[in-house]
Design a protein around this ligand. Structure first.
Ligand code: AMP
Ligand code: MG
Length: 403
């Protein structure tokens, strides 16, 4: 049985092979958050476009400034002012943050280190050439590529595009992820379930996870545990970029997903992973499309989505697969888990100073959505470990939506 890293690698390897040119479209910079760029963005000019002062103070020739030096102030320059005149020798000019440093000046002395008496400025300390000035072109040259195809657009990337005037961006279309739940016991969320039925909450969590990962959810509802209904809905799902099923992948008599996929010609890369929850997770390619069969227990569905489906969405968007958002934290309370499988326990992080401390939450197993609803992360208990002591350093898999 593969461990979760091996299983993730299989997904990345197989879906990575499918990365071709993707459908894209022009999107306003206001709408492009989270999309993957499908073009190069180049600067329209040098950045900064002029020698920029990073402080409020006085523009000077550094060689003229010794402690107690006094210079005449020849004027002032605000951010946005057009600067054409060079700084005359033995003078200084008052300058504001963001303003252009005049020719001749090679340093800005912070106003805090000066005293002004009428037209005269007294300097309390010496100056070094270059101080408090960002030279023209030092952040980027004119025509330099600053954003590449395949980059995911977060707030900083969008600001960079806006800075160079790229207001419309060619972006990859979000991969359309078909979501199909299975099970005779499952009813629509707006229906009153019978005493032994449950509402289809998995389709809701999956649609949310698809969106967080950068995909477009295509919710296909629920298939009964019967060959005809399941087969028909799987075929419908295979028309999208990828298909995510929940339920029907365990060993029960009515767990038909694997046999149905097999009948439709699927090639399987795993049908179990050494994790808990989520062990029966399936990954296959069927009719050229990635298909994920996630276990139906809600927490299993959530964990296996994050581990295995998220990288597929990255790759189908034309981006690299994100690394798993694993971070180190200090274990607040000792743990005792059965060895053999890597456990992903719903947990909460508390920040005491700079070191996060993590505590596993009480839960009733993989059906317990309520436990996860208060969790920040999954605490990762390695397969070979049985007892973990309080104070140990452990890995946690962050829930990207709440941390
Ligand atoms: P299965 O993987 O089909 O054996 O399902 C395992 C358990 O997950 C079932 O007992 C259900 O209680 C639950 N389950 C299955 N599908 C869903 C769903 N769509 N929404 C919420 N819970 C589900
Ligand atoms: Mg089922």
């Amino acid at each position: 049985m593969l461990n979760y890293e091996q299983a993730r690698s299989k997904v990345i390897e197989q879906v990575g092979k499918m990365r071709g040119p993707r459908a894209c479209g022009s999107v306003s910079v206001w709408e492009a958050l989270g999309l993957v760029l499908a073009q190069e963005i180049k600067t329209d000019r040098e950045y900064p476009p002029f020698d920029r002062s990073t402080r409020d103070g006085y523009a000077v020739r550094a060689g003229e400034i010794k402690p107690e030096a006094q210079l005449k102030c020849a004027g002032e320059i605000k951010a946005g002012d057009t600067v054409t005149e060079a700084l005359a020798p033995r003078t200084c000019v008052q300058i504001m943050t963001g303003a252009a440093v005049p020719a001749g000046a090679d340093a800005v002395v912070m106003i805090e280190y000066t005293q002004r008496e009428g037209e005269l400025v007294r300097f309390e300390r010496g100056a070094q050439a270059g101080q408090n000035i960002v030279p023209r072109g030092s952040e980027a040259r004119a025509g330099q590529m600053i954003l590449k195809p395949g980059m995911r657009l977060g707030f900083a990337e969008l600001a960079l595009a806006a800075q160079v005037g790229a207001t419309q961006l060619q972006c990859a279309k979000r991969p359309r992820m078909a979501i199909l739940s299975t099970g005779d016991e499952v009813v629509l969320i707006d229906q009153q379930p019978g005493a032994f039925q449950i509402r289809n909450s998995n389709s809701v969590s999956l649609a949310a996870q698809v969106q967080i990962a950068g995909g477009e959810p295509v919710v296909l509802g629920n298939a009964a545990d019967r060959v005809e209904d399941l087969g028909e809905k799987i075929e419908r799902g295979l028309k999208e970029d990828a298909l995510v099923l929940t339920g029907g992948v365990s060993m029960g008599k009515y767990d038909l997903v694997e046999s149905m996929l097999k009948a439709l010609g699927a090639e399987f890369f795993f049908d179990a992973v050494a994790i808990r929850p989520g062990k029966p997770a399936v990954f296959a390619i069927c009719q050229g499309k990635p298909v994920f069969g996630l276990p139906g227990n809600p927490v299993s569905t959530m964990v296996t989505f994050q581990l295995f489906v998220t990288p597929a969405i990255d790759l189908l968007s034309g981006a690299e697969a994100h690394p798993l958002p694993l971070v180190e934290a200090r274990l607040a309370e000792a743990l005792n888990e059965r060895p053999g499988l890597t456990h992903f326990l719903p947990a909460r992080i508390e920040w005491h100073g700079t070191v996060p401390e993590v505590k596993a939450l009480k839960w009733q197993g993989s059906g317990d959505i309520a436990a996860l609803a208060g969790a920040h992360c999954f605490l990762v208990v390695p397969a070979e470990r049985e007892k973990l002591a309080a104070g140990e350093s452990v890995s946690v898999l962050l829930r990207k939506d709440v941390v």
